[in-house]
Design a protein around this ligand. Structure first.
Ligand SMILES: *[C@@H]1O[C@H](CO)[C@@H](O)[C@H](O)[C@H]1NC(C)=O
Ligand SMILES: *[C@@H]1O[C@H](CO)[C@@H](O)[C@H](O)[C@H]1NC(C)=O
Ligand SMILES: *[C@@H]1O[C@H](CO)[C@@H](O)[C@H](O)[C@H]1NC(C)=O
Length: 394
Protein backbone atom coordinates (compact mmCIF):
# COMPACT_ATOMS: atom_id res chain seq x y z
CA UNK A 1 0.00 0.00 0.00
CA UNK A 2 2.63 2.49 1.15
CA UNK A 3 4.90 1.27 -1.59
CA UNK A 4 2.28 2.08 -4.20
CA UNK A 5 1.83 5.50 -2.66
CA UNK A 6 5.56 6.26 -2.68
CA UNK A 7 5.90 4.93 -6.18
CA UNK A 8 3.12 7.25 -7.19
CA UNK A 9 4.85 10.24 -5.61
CA UNK A 10 8.15 9.29 -7.17
CA UNK A 11 6.55 8.90 -10.54
CA UNK A 12 4.83 12.25 -10.16
CA UNK A 13 8.08 13.86 -9.19
CA UNK A 14 9.79 12.23 -12.12
CA UNK A 15 7.11 13.40 -14.50
CA UNK A 16 7.02 16.94 -13.13
CA UNK A 17 10.77 17.26 -13.45
CA UNK A 18 11.19 15.63 -16.78
CA UNK A 19 8.15 16.26 -18.98
CA UNK A 20 9.02 18.87 -21.45
CA UNK A 21 7.13 19.61 -24.69
CA UNK A 22 8.77 18.24 -27.84
CA UNK A 23 11.27 20.56 -29.53
CA UNK A 24 11.58 22.53 -26.31
CA UNK A 25 14.18 22.70 -23.58
CA UNK A 26 13.20 22.93 -19.96
CA UNK A 27 15.76 24.19 -17.52
CA UNK A 28 16.13 25.74 -14.13
CA UNK A 29 17.06 29.36 -13.93
CA UNK A 30 17.81 31.03 -10.64
CA UNK A 31 16.65 34.20 -9.06
CA UNK A 32 18.60 34.66 -5.86
CA UNK A 33 18.33 31.28 -4.20
CA UNK A 34 15.05 30.28 -5.81
CA UNK A 35 15.07 27.76 -8.63
CA UNK A 36 12.83 28.87 -11.44
CA UNK A 37 11.54 26.82 -14.29
CA UNK A 38 12.36 28.17 -17.73
CA UNK A 39 10.99 26.67 -20.90
CA UNK A 40 12.30 27.63 -24.30
CA UNK A 41 10.89 26.47 -27.63
CA UNK A 42 12.47 27.72 -30.81
CA UNK A 43 11.96 25.14 -33.50
CA UNK A 44 10.19 26.02 -36.77
CA UNK A 45 8.52 22.60 -36.71
CA UNK A 46 6.36 23.75 -33.78
CA UNK A 47 3.05 24.87 -35.29
CA UNK A 48 0.78 25.16 -32.25
CA UNK A 49 1.25 26.48 -28.72
CA UNK A 50 2.60 23.44 -26.77
CA UNK A 51 0.06 22.05 -24.32
CA UNK A 52 2.20 20.16 -21.81
CA UNK A 53 4.41 22.95 -20.53
CA UNK A 54 5.28 22.24 -16.85
CA UNK A 55 2.84 23.99 -14.55
CA UNK A 56 5.57 25.61 -12.44
CA UNK A 57 7.07 27.44 -15.42
CA UNK A 58 7.84 31.09 -14.72
CA UNK A 59 9.36 31.99 -18.06
CA UNK A 60 8.16 30.65 -21.39
CA UNK A 61 9.91 31.62 -24.60
CA UNK A 62 8.26 30.46 -27.77
CA UNK A 63 10.22 32.14 -30.51
CA UNK A 64 10.90 31.64 -34.21
CA UNK A 65 8.35 28.85 -34.47
CA UNK A 66 5.60 28.32 -37.02
CA UNK A 67 2.81 29.18 -34.57
CA UNK A 68 0.15 31.31 -36.29
CA UNK A 69 -2.68 31.40 -33.75
CA UNK A 70 -2.98 31.64 -30.01
CA UNK A 71 -6.16 29.75 -29.03
CA UNK A 72 -8.50 30.25 -26.11
CA UNK A 73 -6.98 29.57 -22.65
CA UNK A 74 -3.68 28.56 -24.27
CA UNK A 75 -1.71 29.04 -21.04
CA UNK A 76 -4.41 28.03 -18.60
CA UNK A 77 -2.15 25.76 -16.51
CA UNK A 78 0.61 28.31 -16.12
CA UNK A 79 -0.66 30.41 -13.25
CA UNK A 80 2.92 31.04 -12.02
CA UNK A 81 4.10 32.42 -15.32
CA UNK A 82 5.81 35.83 -15.06
CA UNK A 83 7.34 36.17 -18.53
CA UNK A 84 5.67 35.12 -21.74
CA UNK A 85 7.76 35.79 -24.81
CA UNK A 86 6.07 34.97 -28.09
CA UNK A 87 8.26 37.09 -30.33
CA UNK A 88 9.18 36.41 -33.94
CA UNK A 89 6.66 33.73 -34.73
CA UNK A 90 3.98 34.02 -37.39
CA UNK A 91 1.14 34.83 -35.01
CA UNK A 92 -1.68 36.55 -36.87
CA UNK A 93 -4.55 35.97 -34.49
CA UNK A 94 -5.02 35.89 -30.72
CA UNK A 95 -8.21 34.74 -29.07
CA UNK A 96 -9.61 37.36 -26.64
CA UNK A 97 -9.46 34.76 -23.86
CA UNK A 98 -5.97 33.50 -24.62
CA UNK A 99 -4.50 34.84 -21.40
CA UNK A 100 -7.04 33.41 -18.97
CA UNK A 101 -5.45 32.47 -15.63
CA UNK A 102 -2.18 34.32 -16.17
CA UNK A 103 -2.76 36.19 -12.92
CA UNK A 104 0.95 36.65 -12.20
CA UNK A 105 2.13 37.64 -15.66
CA UNK A 106 4.41 40.70 -15.70
CA UNK A 107 5.72 40.72 -19.23
CA UNK A 108 4.14 39.81 -22.56
CA UNK A 109 6.16 40.15 -25.73
CA UNK A 110 4.62 39.65 -29.12
CA UNK A 111 7.13 41.61 -31.18
CA UNK A 112 7.73 40.61 -34.77
CA UNK A 113 4.52 38.78 -35.56
CA UNK A 114 1.79 39.40 -38.10
CA UNK A 115 -0.88 40.83 -35.82
CA UNK A 116 -3.36 43.16 -37.50
CA UNK A 117 -5.41 43.42 -34.29
CA UNK A 118 -4.77 42.84 -30.63
CA UNK A 119 -7.52 41.72 -28.20
CA UNK A 120 -7.07 44.51 -25.62
CA UNK A 121 -9.94 43.23 -23.49
CA UNK A 122 -7.95 40.01 -23.01
CA UNK A 123 -5.64 41.99 -20.72
CA UNK A 124 -8.44 41.85 -18.17
CA UNK A 125 -7.00 38.44 -17.27
CA UNK A 126 -3.50 39.78 -16.59
CA UNK A 127 -3.91 42.43 -13.87
CA UNK A 128 -0.19 42.44 -13.04
CA UNK A 129 1.03 43.03 -16.55
CA UNK A 130 3.56 45.87 -16.72
CA UNK A 131 5.37 45.29 -20.01
CA UNK A 132 3.68 44.76 -23.35
CA UNK A 133 5.74 44.49 -26.51
CA UNK A 134 3.92 44.76 -29.83
CA UNK A 135 6.77 46.20 -31.83
CA UNK A 136 6.92 45.20 -35.50
CA UNK A 137 3.42 43.94 -36.22
CA UNK A 138 0.69 45.23 -38.54
CA UNK A 139 -1.60 46.94 -36.06
CA UNK A 140 -3.59 49.60 -37.87
CA UNK A 141 -5.64 51.00 -35.03
CA UNK A 142 -5.54 51.57 -31.34
CA UNK A 143 -9.19 51.59 -30.24
CA UNK A 144 -10.42 53.91 -27.48
CA UNK A 145 -11.30 51.02 -25.18
CA UNK A 146 -7.66 49.88 -25.09
CA UNK A 147 -7.15 52.63 -22.49
CA UNK A 148 -9.32 50.70 -20.03
CA UNK A 149 -6.93 47.76 -20.06
CA UNK A 150 -3.64 49.65 -20.17
CA UNK A 151 -4.02 51.29 -16.79
CA UNK A 152 -1.17 49.34 -15.18
CA UNK A 153 1.06 48.91 -18.20
CA UNK A 154 4.18 51.04 -17.79
CA UNK A 155 6.13 49.87 -20.83
CA UNK A 156 4.28 49.68 -24.14
CA UNK A 157 6.06 49.26 -27.42
CA UNK A 158 3.89 49.91 -30.48
CA UNK A 159 6.67 51.02 -32.77
CA UNK A 160 6.88 49.77 -36.35
CA UNK A 161 3.20 49.14 -36.88
CA UNK A 162 0.59 50.81 -39.09
CA UNK A 163 -0.97 53.12 -36.54
CA UNK A 164 -2.36 56.42 -37.75
CA UNK A 165 -4.22 57.94 -34.79
CA UNK A 166 -4.24 58.10 -31.01
CA UNK A 167 -7.56 58.26 -29.18
CA UNK A 168 -8.43 60.99 -26.70
CA UNK A 169 -8.88 58.26 -24.09
CA UNK A 170 -5.25 57.19 -24.37
CA UNK A 171 -4.08 60.77 -24.23
CA UNK A 172 -6.13 61.23 -21.05
CA UNK A 173 -4.70 58.01 -19.61
CA UNK A 174 -1.08 58.89 -20.32
CA UNK A 175 -1.32 62.61 -19.61
CA UNK A 176 -4.12 63.12 -17.12
CA UNK A 177 -5.17 66.74 -16.72
CA UNK A 178 -3.53 67.89 -13.46
CA UNK A 179 -5.87 67.87 -10.51
CA UNK A 180 -8.39 65.52 -12.05
CA UNK A 181 -6.67 62.30 -11.18
CA UNK A 182 -6.72 61.07 -7.60
CA UNK A 183 -4.22 58.25 -7.91
CA UNK A 184 -0.61 58.97 -8.58
CA UNK A 185 0.26 58.65 -12.23
CA UNK A 186 2.92 56.02 -12.99
CA UNK A 187 5.80 56.95 -15.23
CA UNK A 188 5.48 55.19 -18.55
CA UNK A 189 7.74 54.35 -21.43
CA UNK A 190 6.10 54.30 -24.83
CA UNK A 191 7.41 53.29 -28.22
CA UNK A 192 5.32 54.97 -30.93
CA UNK A 193 7.81 55.74 -33.68
CA UNK A 194 7.86 54.21 -37.14
CA UNK A 195 4.11 54.35 -37.69
CA UNK A 196 2.34 56.26 -40.48
CA UNK A 197 0.86 58.84 -38.09
CA UNK A 198 -1.78 61.30 -39.06
CA UNK A 199 -0.21 64.33 -37.43
CA UNK A 200 -3.16 66.22 -36.06
CA UNK A 201 -3.00 68.55 -33.11
CA UNK A 202 -3.56 65.71 -30.65
CA UNK A 203 -0.38 64.01 -31.72
CA UNK A 204 1.46 67.30 -31.56
CA UNK A 205 0.10 67.87 -28.07
CA UNK A 206 1.33 64.43 -27.04
CA UNK A 207 4.80 65.03 -28.37
CA UNK A 208 5.02 68.44 -26.74
CA UNK A 209 3.69 67.16 -23.40
CA UNK A 210 6.19 64.33 -23.45
CA UNK A 211 9.10 66.75 -23.78
CA UNK A 212 8.29 68.61 -20.59
CA UNK A 213 10.63 67.68 -17.71
CA UNK A 214 7.78 66.52 -15.47
CA UNK A 215 6.20 64.42 -18.20
CA UNK A 216 4.70 61.15 -16.97
CA UNK A 217 5.63 59.64 -20.34
CA UNK A 218 8.98 59.00 -21.96
CA UNK A 219 9.00 58.20 -25.66
CA UNK A 220 11.68 55.74 -26.69
CA UNK A 221 12.07 57.76 -29.88
CA UNK A 222 10.56 61.20 -30.30
CA UNK A 223 10.76 61.39 -34.06
CA UNK A 224 7.22 60.56 -35.09
CA UNK A 225 7.02 60.77 -38.84
CA UNK A 226 3.84 62.07 -40.40
CA UNK A 227 2.11 60.24 -43.18
CA UNK A 228 -0.46 62.96 -43.37
CA UNK A 229 -1.71 65.99 -41.51
CA UNK A 230 -4.75 68.27 -41.67
CA UNK A 231 -2.54 71.06 -42.97
CA UNK A 232 -0.49 69.07 -45.45
CA UNK A 233 2.40 66.74 -44.80
CA UNK A 234 5.20 69.25 -44.61
CA UNK A 235 3.42 71.87 -42.55
CA UNK A 236 4.11 72.08 -38.84
CA UNK A 237 1.70 70.40 -36.48
CA UNK A 238 -1.45 72.42 -35.87
CA UNK A 239 -1.93 73.46 -32.26
CA UNK A 240 -4.68 72.16 -30.02
CA UNK A 241 -6.32 74.24 -27.31
CA UNK A 242 -7.86 72.50 -24.35
CA UNK A 243 -11.46 73.61 -23.85
CA UNK A 244 -12.48 76.50 -21.68
CA UNK A 245 -16.08 76.59 -20.57
CA UNK A 246 -18.33 79.31 -19.14
CA UNK A 247 -21.93 78.94 -18.07
CA UNK A 248 -24.14 81.98 -18.52
CA UNK A 249 -24.89 82.00 -14.79
CA UNK A 250 -23.33 80.00 -12.01
CA UNK A 251 -26.30 80.34 -9.68
CA UNK A 252 -29.94 80.34 -10.69
CA UNK A 253 -32.90 80.71 -8.37
CA UNK A 254 -36.23 79.96 -9.92
CA UNK A 255 -39.86 79.46 -8.99
CA UNK A 256 -41.39 76.05 -8.79
CA UNK A 257 -43.54 75.43 -11.85
CA UNK A 258 -41.59 77.82 -14.04
CA UNK A 259 -39.38 76.90 -16.96
CA UNK A 260 -35.69 77.58 -16.90
CA UNK A 261 -32.99 77.38 -19.49
CA UNK A 262 -29.37 76.78 -18.50
CA UNK A 263 -26.86 77.92 -21.02
CA UNK A 264 -23.20 77.28 -21.47
CA UNK A 265 -20.51 78.46 -23.83
CA UNK A 266 -17.18 76.83 -24.65
CA UNK A 267 -14.13 77.57 -26.71
CA UNK A 268 -11.28 75.31 -27.74
CA UNK A 269 -9.61 73.81 -30.76
CA UNK A 270 -10.81 71.51 -32.22
CA UNK A 271 -14.31 72.75 -31.43
CA UNK A 272 -15.32 71.02 -28.18
CA UNK A 273 -18.44 68.97 -27.71
CA UNK A 274 -20.67 69.89 -24.77
CA UNK A 275 -22.59 67.64 -22.43
CA UNK A 276 -24.60 68.29 -19.31
CA UNK A 277 -24.45 66.24 -16.15
CA UNK A 278 -26.45 66.67 -12.98
CA UNK A 279 -23.89 66.10 -10.25
CA UNK A 280 -25.67 66.85 -7.01
CA UNK A 281 -29.11 67.27 -5.55
CA UNK A 282 -27.93 70.09 -3.32
CA UNK A 283 -27.95 73.67 -4.39
CA UNK A 284 -28.05 75.51 -1.09
CA UNK A 285 -25.29 76.57 1.21
CA UNK A 286 -25.95 74.10 3.98
CA UNK A 287 -25.71 70.80 2.25
CA UNK A 288 -29.33 69.97 2.82
CA UNK A 289 -30.73 67.31 0.51
CA UNK A 290 -33.50 68.67 -1.57
CA UNK A 291 -36.66 66.78 -0.69
CA UNK A 292 -38.45 64.75 -3.30
CA UNK A 293 -35.36 63.88 -5.30
CA UNK A 294 -35.03 60.12 -5.31
CA UNK A 295 -32.89 60.21 -8.44
CA UNK A 296 -29.36 58.97 -8.84
CA UNK A 297 -26.57 61.44 -9.44
CA UNK A 298 -24.45 61.98 -11.41
CA UNK A 299 -26.88 61.67 -14.25
CA UNK A 300 -26.29 62.58 -17.87
CA UNK A 301 -28.86 64.92 -19.31
CA UNK A 302 -29.64 63.85 -22.79
CA UNK A 303 -31.72 66.55 -24.31
CA UNK A 304 -29.68 69.61 -24.97
CA UNK A 305 -29.62 71.99 -27.86
CA UNK A 306 -26.28 72.97 -29.27
CA UNK A 307 -24.77 75.08 -31.92
CA UNK A 308 -21.40 76.09 -33.18
CA UNK A 309 -21.47 79.63 -34.57
CA UNK A 310 -17.88 79.29 -35.78
CA UNK A 311 -14.89 76.97 -35.55
CA UNK A 312 -13.63 76.77 -32.00
CA UNK A 313 -16.84 77.96 -30.36
CA UNK A 314 -19.81 75.99 -29.14
CA UNK A 315 -22.88 76.76 -27.06
CA UNK A 316 -25.39 74.43 -25.50
CA UNK A 317 -28.54 74.81 -23.49
CA UNK A 318 -30.85 72.58 -21.55
CA UNK A 319 -34.41 73.46 -20.82
CA UNK A 320 -36.07 72.38 -17.59
CA UNK A 321 -39.82 72.74 -17.77
CA UNK A 322 -42.31 72.94 -14.97
CA UNK A 323 -39.65 73.06 -12.26
CA UNK A 324 -40.13 70.88 -9.21
CA UNK A 325 -38.01 70.61 -6.07
CA UNK A 326 -36.29 67.58 -7.46
CA UNK A 327 -34.82 69.70 -10.25
CA UNK A 328 -32.77 71.68 -7.76
CA UNK A 329 -29.11 70.85 -7.50
CA UNK A 330 -25.82 71.25 -9.24
CA UNK A 331 -25.55 70.89 -13.00
CA UNK A 332 -22.25 70.76 -14.79
CA UNK A 333 -21.54 71.72 -18.31
CA UNK A 334 -18.66 69.63 -19.63
CA UNK A 335 -16.65 70.51 -22.71
CA UNK A 336 -14.38 68.01 -24.36
CA UNK A 337 -12.10 67.92 -27.33
CA UNK A 338 -9.10 65.82 -28.27
CA UNK A 339 -6.90 67.99 -26.10
CA UNK A 340 -8.83 67.61 -22.88
CA UNK A 341 -11.89 68.17 -20.77
CA UNK A 342 -13.09 71.15 -18.78
CA UNK A 343 -16.29 71.77 -16.88
CA UNK A 344 -18.20 74.37 -14.90
CA UNK A 345 -21.02 74.11 -12.36
CA UNK A 346 -24.41 75.81 -12.36
CA UNK A 347 -26.40 75.72 -9.14
CA UNK A 348 -30.15 75.71 -9.42
CA UNK A 349 -32.38 76.51 -6.46
CA UNK A 350 -36.10 76.01 -6.74
CA UNK A 351 -38.32 78.15 -4.50
CA UNK A 352 -41.99 78.88 -3.93
CA UNK A 353 -45.36 77.31 -4.36
CA UNK A 354 -46.85 76.57 -7.73
CA UNK A 355 -48.11 79.27 -10.00
CA UNK A 356 -51.69 80.35 -10.43
CA UNK A 357 -53.07 77.24 -12.06
CA UNK A 358 -50.60 74.88 -10.45
CA UNK A 359 -51.35 71.55 -8.98
CA UNK A 360 -51.35 71.31 -5.24
CA UNK A 361 -47.79 70.77 -4.07
CA UNK A 362 -46.88 67.22 -3.30
CA UNK A 363 -46.34 66.29 0.30
CA UNK A 364 -42.67 65.78 -0.11
CA UNK A 365 -42.26 69.21 -1.59
CA UNK A 366 -43.90 71.06 1.20
CA UNK A 367 -41.23 70.72 3.83
CA UNK A 368 -38.32 72.91 4.67
CA UNK A 369 -38.19 75.41 1.84
CA UNK A 370 -38.28 79.05 2.78
CA UNK A 371 -41.48 80.94 2.36
CA UNK A 372 -41.22 82.48 -1.08
CA UNK A 373 -41.99 85.96 -2.21
CA UNK A 374 -44.51 85.78 -4.93
CA UNK A 375 -43.23 88.16 -7.49
CA UNK A 376 -39.54 88.53 -6.84
CA UNK A 377 -36.71 86.19 -7.19
CA UNK A 378 -33.03 86.56 -6.69
CA UNK A 379 -30.73 85.77 -9.49
CA UNK A 380 -26.97 85.92 -9.12
CA UNK A 381 -25.26 86.23 -12.39
CA UNK A 382 -21.83 85.56 -13.68
CA UNK A 383 -19.85 88.71 -14.45
CA UNK A 384 -20.47 90.41 -17.79
CA UNK A 385 -20.55 89.84 -20.71
CA UNK A 386 -22.52 86.73 -19.87
CA UNK A 387 -25.21 88.59 -18.06
CA UNK A 388 -27.70 88.77 -20.84
CA UNK A 389 -30.03 86.04 -21.97
CA UNK A 390 -29.47 83.86 -19.01
CA UNK A 391 -32.48 82.12 -17.80
CA UNK A 392 -35.84 82.48 -19.26
CA UNK A 393 -38.79 82.50 -16.95
CA UNK A 394 -42.40 82.00 -17.80
C1 LIG B 1 15.26 21.91 -11.15
O1 LIG B 1 14.38 22.34 -10.12
C2 LIG B 1 13.64 21.27 -9.55
C3 LIG B 1 12.69 21.89 -8.54
O2 LIG B 1 11.95 22.91 -9.13
C4 LIG B 1 14.57 20.26 -8.92
O3 LIG B 1 13.83 19.18 -8.41
C5 LIG B 1 15.54 19.76 -9.97
O4 LIG B 1 16.49 18.92 -9.40
C6 LIG B 1 16.27 20.92 -10.63
N1 LIG B 1 17.08 20.40 -11.71
C7 LIG B 1 18.31 20.83 -11.95
C8 LIG B 1 19.01 20.22 -13.14
O5 LIG B 1 18.88 21.65 -11.26
C1 LIG C 1 -3.66 21.61 -18.51
O1 LIG C 1 -3.48 20.47 -17.72
C2 LIG C 1 -4.43 19.46 -17.98
C3 LIG C 1 -4.21 18.31 -16.97
O2 LIG C 1 -2.85 18.17 -16.63
C4 LIG C 1 -4.28 18.97 -19.43
O3 LIG C 1 -5.22 17.96 -19.70
C5 LIG C 1 -4.50 20.15 -20.35
O4 LIG C 1 -4.27 19.77 -21.68
C6 LIG C 1 -3.55 21.29 -19.98
N1 LIG C 1 -3.93 22.44 -20.77
C7 LIG C 1 -3.06 23.18 -21.45
C8 LIG C 1 -3.60 24.30 -22.24
O5 LIG C 1 -1.85 22.94 -21.42
C1 LIG D 1 -4.34 47.23 -12.06
O1 LIG D 1 -3.76 46.82 -10.86
C2 LIG D 1 -4.67 46.70 -9.79
C3 LIG D 1 -3.87 46.38 -8.54
O2 LIG D 1 -2.92 45.39 -8.77
C4 LIG D 1 -5.70 45.62 -10.11
O3 LIG D 1 -6.64 45.50 -9.07
C5 LIG D 1 -6.43 46.03 -11.39
O4 LIG D 1 -7.33 45.00 -11.77
C6 LIG D 1 -5.43 46.26 -12.50
N1 LIG D 1 -6.16 46.80 -13.66
C7 LIG D 1 -6.04 46.32 -14.88
C8 LIG D 1 -6.86 46.96 -15.94
O5 LIG D 1 -5.30 45.39 -15.16
Amino acid sequence: MYLVFFLHILLDRFLVVHTCPSFCTCSNGTSGTAELRWVQCGDPRISTVPANVPADTVRLRLEKTGVTRVPRAAFFNLSELLFLWLAYNAIAWIHPSSFVNLRALRELRLDGNGLTAFPWEGLRDTPRLRTLGLHNNRLASLPAHAALFLLNVTYLDLSSNRLTALSAELLDLWFPIPGREERSVPRRILGLHDNPWWCDCRLSLMVSLSTSPASPVVLTDRTLTCKGSPTGTRAPFPRCARPSVRPSATRVVSLRGSNVILRCHATGYPTPTLTWVKTSKRADCCGRDVPGGGEEVPRNLESSLQGSPRVGVRWSLISLDDLASKDAGEYRCRARNMAGISEAPVKLTVVGVTRISGRPPKKSQRTPLKKPKRTRMTLSLAPPPYQKKLSIYN
